[in-house]
Design a protein around this ligand. Structure first.
Ligand code: ATP
Length: 638
C-alpha cells in the first residue's frame, strides 16, 4: 500500500467525524439519546458519541488507551528518517563580555552607580565596549552584534549621557531630542523601560513611547506634555508626524534604528524612509544616526548607505568572520529533531512534558508559523496536557492580532513568571528580552537562516546557558545544510528519545501505545469541541498557505510538493480529509466526489468560505498589528 492510500483510508474512516455545530447541540443530544443502545450506527460516529468527554476520563485512560472504533496509523507508512552527514562546522566566536568596566568610561558618576546599584551591571559587553566610544564621540554607526549582547544599552547610555550634559538643562518643553525606531510594540515597551531606568538620576529627561493599538488621543496628550526620548514603531511614529501638530522634530539630535533588518523584513522600509525624510525636513541642527542589527541584510546596508554620514562599522565578531557567517551565542546548545509529519504533535507534547517537568523553573518559547497555529496549539495543549499530564505550568500565547492590552499583559506576565510555555509567532522573534528562557522550540521552521538566528537568540542571552530545538520533517533536512553553510552547528535529538520520555512519564505499556493514546486525546478533543475544531481547521489552512509561500530560494528544504497534506492534517489533530478542510484542494475534491446535501450545507456554513479568503487568514506575523493601523489610516479612521 502506498503512503497516499494509507492516508486516504485513515481519513475516510473519519470523514463523518466533524463536530456538530453549536446551534445543533440540542438536536445532537436528542439524537444521541435516541441512538444510545438502540439504533445501529456507523463505528466512527458511535465511538464519538459513546465516548465520554475529555474531562470525564482519567489521565491514564486517556493516554494509554485507543478509542474504540477508530484506527490510528500514527506509526505506519511514515517516510524514513534519513541519516544526516554533518559537515565540520566551526562556529564564529564572539565573546560576550569585554574586560572593561563602566567606571572606566568617562561618563557621569551617577550613571556608573545607577548601573551598578540599580541594574547590577559592572562590565561592558563586547558590543558596548566597541560601540559606546564611537557613539559617545558623535559619529554615525552601523552596529552588528549577536543576539542578547546588550545592543540596547550600547546606544541608550550614550544618548542619556549626552542629554544629561546639556546646559541649560533640557526641559520637557524643549521637545523631542532623540527618536528610536523599533519594529514591534513589545520592543518599544522594552526599550522605553531601559531609558526609564537610565534616566533615574536625571529626572529632567523624559522618555516616552508610541505604538499602534493604543488610543491616539492619549498619545497626543503625552506628546503635548513633552517627551525627550521618543521610542516607537515606524507606522505609529509616522502617523503622528503627519497628524499631530505638537510633535516637532526640529531639535532631534539622535536617530536610532534598532533591529533594522527586522523592520525591513516586516515591510517598513518605506515608513522608515518617510520618517527620515520628515526628520531631514524639520530638523535644524545636526543629527547623529545609529543603525543596529544582529544580522546584516542588503536592505540594512542600503539604508546605511542612504542615511549614515561617514559611518563607523562596529562588528562585535571581529575579523575572522565573513559577511555571510552567522554568529550564535557560545552558551547556546542547538538541536534538531526529525519527525514524520504525523508525529509532530505528539513529539512536541512529549518534549514539553519532558523538559518542563524537569524543573519547577523552566521557561519555553514555541515558535509557530502563523497566528492561527498559535491560537489553536495554545488552546489544545493547555486543554489536553494541562488536564492530564501533570504539567504544572501555564501556557501563554503572543501574536500580532491580539489586542495591545493582551500583548502587554502576556509579555509582562511571562517575563515575570518562573515557568511557563509561550507559543508565539515571529512577533517575539527579534529583540525581545525575556529573562531565563531555557528552551526555544521552532515547531515550524523559520523562513530564513536569519530568522533562525533571531528566534534562538531569545535564549542564551548575555552569556547565560540556553538550548534550542528545531522541528523538521525528513524532507526538510536540507535546511540543516543551509545552517551549516552559515556556520551554525546543530546536534540531533532523536524523536525516539522524546517519545520514550513520554512513555516514562505515563508508565505506558509501550512508546507507540502511549503516543497513539495521546494523539487520540488530541483528536477526540478536536472532534468533540466545535470551537477547537474550527481553530484546528483555521490553523491547518493557515499553515498550508504559509508552507506554500516559502521563498523560492528556501524551497530546497521547504518544498510544498513534498508535503503530505493528510499526514499534516493529523498533526493538527484533524481527522477530516485535507480537501474538506477550509477549501484546501477543493477543486480536486469537487471533481472527485459527487457533492451531497451535507457537503453543500457545510460549505454554505461559512466555514469553508471564511477560510478561503486571503483577508481572513493572517498567515504570517508580518501583520503584527501595525497593518491594521495603516489600513485604518488610509480610510481616515485613525
Ligand atoms: N553590560 C552588561 N552586563 C550584563 N548584562 C547586560 C549588560 N548589558 C546588557 N545586559 C543585559 O543583556 C540582555 C540583553 O540585552 P539587549 O536586549 O539589549 O540585547 P540585544 O543585543 O539588543 O539582543 P537582540 O539582538 O536579541 O535584540 C538584557 O537582559 C540586559 O539587561
Amino acid at each position: 500500500m502506498t503512503m497516499a492510500e494509507d492516508t486516504s483510508i485513515d481519513i475516510c474512516l473519519n470523514i463523518n467525524a466533524s463536530p456538530p455545530k453549536r446551534e445543533d447541540a440540542r438536536k445532537a443530544k436528542e439524537l444521541k439519546r435516541k441512538l444510545d443502545g438502540t439504533s445501529p450506527v456507523e463505528p466512527a460516529i458511535a465511538s464519538k458519541r459513546q465516548r465520554p468527554s475529555v474531562r470525564e476520563k482519567t489521565a491514564e485512560e486517556n493516554i494509554d488507551s485507543k478509542p474504540q472504533g477508530w484506527i490510528s496509523s500514527l506509526f505506519v507508512n511514515n517516510p524514513d528518517i534519513p541519516a544526516f552527514a554533518h559537515r565540520v562546522v566551526k562556529p564564529v566566536l564572539e565573546p560576550v563580555f569585554s574586560s572593561q568596566s563602566f567606571k572606566d568610561l568617562s561618563i557621569h558618576p551617577f550613571t556608573v552607580s545607577n548601573l551598578d546599584q540599580n541594574l547590577g551591571l559592572q562590565k561592558l559587553t563586547t558590543v558596548q565596549h566597541k560601540a559606546m566610544p564611537v557613539i559617545l564621540s558623535g559619529k554615525d554607526a552601523l552596529v552588528r552584534s549577536q543576539t542578547g549582547s546588550g545592543k540596547t544599552l550600547a546606544f541608550a547610555l550614550p544618548i542619556v549621557e549626552a542629554l544629561q550634559a546639556v546646559r541649560p538643562k533640557i526641559s520637557r518643553a524643549d521637545g523631542v531630542q532623540a527618536v528610536v525606531v523599533v519594529p514591534t510594540r513589545e520592543l518599544a515597551l522594552q526599550t522605553y523601560e531601559w531609558f526609564v531606568k537610565l534616566v533615574k538620576p536625571f529626572t529632567w529627561i523624559v522618555p516616552g513611547y508610541l505604538v499602534g493599538g493604543e488610543k491616539r488621543k492619549a498619545e497626543k496628550a503625552r506628546l503635548r506634555k513633552g517627551i525627550t526620548v521618543l521610542i516607537g514603531t515606524p507606522g505609529r511614529l509616522l502617523d503622528h508626524v503627519q497628524h499631530t501638530k505638537s510633535l516637532q522634530f526640529d531639535k532631534v539630535g539622535w536617530l536610532v534604528v534598532d533591529e533594522a533588518d527586522r523592520l525591513f523584513d516586516m515591510g517598513y522600509e518605506k515608513d522608515v524612509a518617510s520618517l527620515i525624510e520628515a526628520l531631514d525636513s524639520q530638523q535644524r541642527g545636526s543629527r547623529q544616526t545609529v543603525l543596529l542589527s544582529a544580522t546584516l541584510s542588503s536592505a540594512v546596508e542600503r539604508l546605511a548607505g542612504l542615511t549614515l554620514k561617514s559611518p563607523v562599522f562596529v562588528d562585535a565578531a571581529g575579523d575572522e568572520s565573513l559577511a555571510n557567517d552567522m554568529v550564535i551565542p557560545e552558551s547556546l546548545t542547538q538541536f534538531y529533531v526529525l519527525t514524520p509529519a504525523k508525529l509532530r504533535l505528539v513529539t512536541l507534547s512529549a518534549f514539553i512534558i519532558w523538559k518542563c517537568n524537569m524543573s519547577s523553573q523552566r521557561k519555553m518559547l514555541i515558535f509557530c508559523a502563523t497566528q492561527d497555529m498559535v491560537d489553536f496549539h495554545t488552546e489544545l495543549l493547555a486543554l489536553v496536557l494541562g488536564e492530564s499530564d501533570q504539567v504544572d505550568f501555564e501556557f501563554f500565547k503572543l501574536h500580532g492580532s491580539m489586542t495591545q492590552q493582551e500583548r502587554t499583559d502576556v509579555f509582562k506576565t511571562f517575563r515575570a513568571a518562573d515557568s511557563g510555555v509561550l507559543l508565539c509567532t515571529d512577533v517575539a522573534a527579534r529583540g525581545l528580552d525575556l529573562p531565563h528562557v531555557d528552551w526555544i522550540v521552532q515547531f515550524t521552521a523559520p523562513s530564513t537562516v536569519e530568522d533562525y538566528v533571531h528566534r534562538v537568540g531569545r535564549t542564551a542571552r548575555v552569556g547565560t546557558a540556553g538550548a534550542a530545538l528545531l522541528f523538521l520533517t525528513p524532507s526538510e533536512v536540507p535546511f540543516i545544510r543551509q545552517l551549516e553553510d552559515r556556520r551554525i552547528r546543530l546536534q540531533e535529538q532523536t524523536m525516539d528519545v522524546c517519545l520514550k520520555k513520554l512513555r516514562d512519564a505515563h508508565s505506558g505499556p509501550s512508546v507507540e501505545a502511549t503516543a497513539t493514546g495521546l494523539q487520540a486525546r488530541f483528536e477526540t478533543a478536536v472532534l468533540e469541541q466545535t470551537r477547537l475544531h474550527d481553530l484546528a481547521c483555521k490553523a491547518y489552512v493557515s499553515w498550508v498557505r504559509f508552507y506554500a509561500s516559502y521563498r523560492k530560494d528556501a524551497r530546497t528544504a521547504f518544498n510544498f510538493k513534498q508535503v503530505h497534506l493528510g499526514h499534516y492534517a493529523k498533526s493538527f489533530a484533524l481527522r477530516d480529509p485535507p480537501s474538506a478542510i477550509g477549501g484546501i484542494g477543493r477543486q480536486q475534491w469537487q471533481r472527485n466526489r459527487a457533492r451531497t446535501p451535507r457537503d453543500k450545507k457545510r460549505s454554505n456554513s461559512g466555514l469553508e468560505q471564511g477560510y478561503s479568503t486571503a483577508t481572513h487568514l493572517v498567515t504570517s506575523e508580518f501583520s503584527s498589528g501595525l497593518e491594521s493601523v495603516r489600513k485604518k489610516r488610509r480610510k481616515g479612521k485613525l
